[in-house]
Design a protein around this ligand. Structure first.
Ligand SMILES: CC(C)(COP(=O)(O)OP(=O)(O)OC[C@H]1O[C@@H](n2cnc3c(N)ncnc32)[C@H](O)[C@@H]1OP(=O)(O)O)[C@@H](O)C(=O)NCCC(=O)NCCSC(=O)C[C@H](O)C(=O)O
Ligand code: MG
Length: 294
């Protein structure tokens, strides 16, 4: 599956200490999973959680699996990265990244521990310094795979409020999406903490898609379907994409670079977006078929 078309509509966190959640995730329709060793795991459970996630990481079929390690400055971070290198995870997610150097330290540990070339580094952007340095972070390593917004930590450090429209985060969201797109990285929106607020959850997904995120990070399985619906292309969007791809190809055959379809001007740039959308829809079908056979 091409990295660019990899579905990331819904990416579910689960504590590495929760064996039932790690098992349950095998049957859940999330596009990706974050097996957490950091904030969701109590200090006394960190070592056991590490062996749980390393054992589980290869058991989720084609879904993308990230292991969120503890920071390197903690007593567990270094050993988490070393253990993750030997797992079948697709990537290592570093919390609270604030500089390119923090990425390079993890990159060096991965190289020293023979992590496969395909194993990516993902960064949580969740502090003011992380946001301010996001472009440096984006180009820190060829192993970079993407960013995850950590809006809970960011709100704490910014001393801002979690509001319905999320206006306090908009500048950070825009900067991080720009950096991700400029350097060909994926980017996921932060979590919605109020599990009783279905309407607010859907609104934040709609906003996240409008802002350019690939998908949303989640804390509970009951939110997976709504995230998949909000971030996935609709049948109508796929049909429109196929129509304009065909119409533009026909126009090119006639030596034209533009065409009008249903009153709308279609140029090559629209075809590029349409092709991405069709590729994503196809990748979703492949992933859903894989889940159905799990
Ligand atoms: C929030 C929870 C603690 C709730 O757990 P629970 O009380 O067990 O929920 P339910 O009884 O409603 O669960 C129903 C079934 O679903 C399974 N389940 C629940 N949550 C998950 C999950 N995350 N992954 C997989 N499976 C899950 C239960 O086992 C039940 O199944 P069954 O046994 O068949 O009945 C819990 O949802 C939870 O722990 N969520 C994840 C919390 C977490 O990981 N937090 C850290 C990441 S968020 C973060 O750090 C943000 C970021 O860093 C920032 O700064 O913004
Ligand atoms: Mg956090």
């Amino acid at each position: 599956m091409a990295a660019t078309a990899r579905p990331r509509r819904s990416v579910l966190y689960m504590p590495g200490s929760n064996v039932r959640a790690l098992e349950k995730a095998r049957s859940l329709a999330a596009d990706g999973l974050i097996l957490d060793l950091e904030d969701a795991v109590a200090p006394d459970a960190k070592v056991e959680a590490r062996s749980n996630v390393v054992a589980a990481a290869g058991s989720y079929g084609q879904r993308e699996v990230l292991i969120r390690v503890n920071g390197l400055a903690t007593p567990w971070g270094q050993a988490d990265v070393v253990a993750a290198c030997a797992s079948q995870a697709d990537g290592i997610l570093i919390p609270k990244v604030e500089s390119a150097d923090m990425v390079r330290q993890v990159e060096a540990i991965m190289a020293a521990n023979n992590a496969p070339d395909s194993m990516k580094i993902w960064c949580m952007i969740e502090t003011p310094l992380g946001v301010l340095h996001v472009e440096d972070i984006a180009k820190a390593s060829p192993r970079l795979g993407g960013f995850v917004m950590g809006t809970s930590d960011l709100a704490k450090d910014m001393r801002c409020l979690h509001t319905t429209l999320r206006l306090p985060f908009i500048a950070a969201f825009n900067l991080c999406v720009m950096a991700a797109r400029a350097y060909g990285l994926a980017i996921l929106d932060g979590v919605h903490l109020d599990l009783s607020d279905d309407e607010g959850f859907v609104a934040s997904c709609t906003q996240g898609r409008e802002l350019g995120f690939d998908g949303k990070t989640l804390i509970h399985p009951k939110t997976i379907a709504a995230a998949n619906a909000a971030f996935g292309p609709t049948e109508k969007e796929v049909a429109w994409a196929q129509t304009i791809i065909a119409a533009h190809a026909a126009a090119e055959q006639d030596g034209k670079g533009v065409v009008v379809v249903d009153g709308k001007l279609i140029e090559n740039l629209h075809v590029v977006t349409a092709r991405q959308l069709v590729a994503e829809a196809e990748a979703i079908k492949v992933l859903e078929a894989d889940l159905a056979t799990a």
